[in-house]
Ligand binder design. Structure first.
Ligand code: DAH
Length: 354
């Protein structure tokens, strides 16, 4: 019995994993284990022998069982310690830095422009970038033979051979949104329509796709004076200082009278500064909405009148943020985007001054 005790207690002390320990348990006290078999032999003994051997065997069995239980607990603790050590993680370490994307200057300026006009009561309207030639031209008082049509460098979509309907166009300006809005909501109205426009043109100041914002305000007594106030108010808020405008008589088929609007600026040392000096920079076309345009939009020109304007967004973005080449806007060059882009947290507000 002493041999058995020594054998199993030593083996239990030496075993290093739970599988080995379980094997030892089966070998010692399992159904056919060595100690269990010895207990079965008790039946064959004389009562005297049994009285000595019985309690001793029981004590041995208990001793081995508790040694196994203690070892099992110790192995479990060691395994847990090992896991805790291996999976240790310093949750106080700073995160791995990841470079954040930036807001494109055009998106930023669109938001700024929208915020400023919204503050003056203008809602935002939208229209499709693929237009019918009626919305893009005819409804805006530009008939088929009109030179303005040729001047627009229009992209036409494809029609199947034999399909004689006029092809759709990539809108050449945001002005068709005027018509769509009039048709749907009538007068009075006060909207801006920012968005992409397309013309077949490419050099330092022209890209085949660019951005405009259209303006339209209709009521019974709206005049050019209202237009001038709104634009000066806009430019002053946008550039963050009082900006004078200059109206030059011009011609657009969709307005009468028409004016091109310049903003005050200085050109010194190759840089343009808005709001100072005695130079002028053209930034938009505008005028009083032509009666034919109102009629095309289903509005009675005897009752309603108003102003409209169309402005290049890219141009005013370049001016405000000192961006020299328009083409870079659409190159998707990451270095450029990181340099000129805005933080997503730079939320434009009328008073943010950014
Ligand atoms: N649609 C014109 C263009 O793209 C800009 C324009 C001029 C819009 C006068 C207007 C306007 O609404 O009244 O060149």
């Amino acid at each position: 019995m002493d041999d058995l005790r020594d054998k199993y207690l030593t083996a239990i002390a030496d075993v290093t994993d739970e599988a080995g320990l379980e094997a030892l348990r089966v070998q010692a006290v399992g159904k056919k284990g060595e100690i269990s078999l010895k207990m079965r032999e008790l039946g064959k003994m004389t009562p005297e022998e049994r009285q000595v051997a019985g309690p001793a065997l029981n004590a041995l069995k208990n001793e081995v069982n508790s040694a196994i239980a203690a070892k099992k607990a110790a192995l479990g603790d060691a395994a847990l310690d090992e896991r805790l050590r291996a999976e240790w993680l310093d949750v106080t370490l700073p995160g791995r830095p990841r470079r954040m994307g930036t807001i494109h200057p055009v998106s930023q300026v669109m938001e700024e422009v929208t915020a400023i006009f919204a503050d003056m009561g203008f809602a935002v309207a939208e229209g499709p970038q693929i237009e019918t030639d009626w919305y893009n031209f005819d409804a805006l008082n530009i008939p088929g033979h009109h030179p303005a049509r040729a001047e627009m460098d229009t992209f036409y979509t494809h029609r199947a051979p034999g399909d004689n309907r006029p092809p759709h166009v990539l809108r050449t300006h945001t002005s068709p949104v005027q018509i769509r809005h009039m048709e749907k909501y009538g007068a009075p109205c006060r909207i801006i329509a920012p968005g992409r426009v397309y013309r077949a043109d490419y050099d330092q100041t022209h890209t085949p796709m660019f951005n405009q914002v259209e303006g339209l305000a209709l009521d019974r007594d709206i005049s050019m004076a209202n237009l001038k106030w709104v634009l000066e108010e806009f430019f002053s808020a946008y550039f963050g200082e009082k900006v004078k405008t200059r109206f030059r008589a011009s011609h657009f088929p969709f307005t009468e009278p028409s004016a091109e609007v310049d903003i005050q600026c200085s050109f010194e040392g190759g840089t343009v500064k808005v709001g100072e000096g005695d130079g002028w920079l053209e930034v938009l076309g505008s005028g009083m909405v032509h009666p034919n345009v109102l009629k095309a939009g289903g509005i009675d020109p005897a009752e309603w009148q108003g102003f409209a304007f169309g402005m290049g967004i890219d141009r005013i973005a370049m001016l405000k943020y000192g961006i020299p080449d328009l083409r870079a806007f659409f190159d998707s060059d990451l270095r450029w985007l990181r340099h000129y882009g805005f933080s997503a947290l730079d939320v434009p507000a009328v008073h943010s001054g950014v």
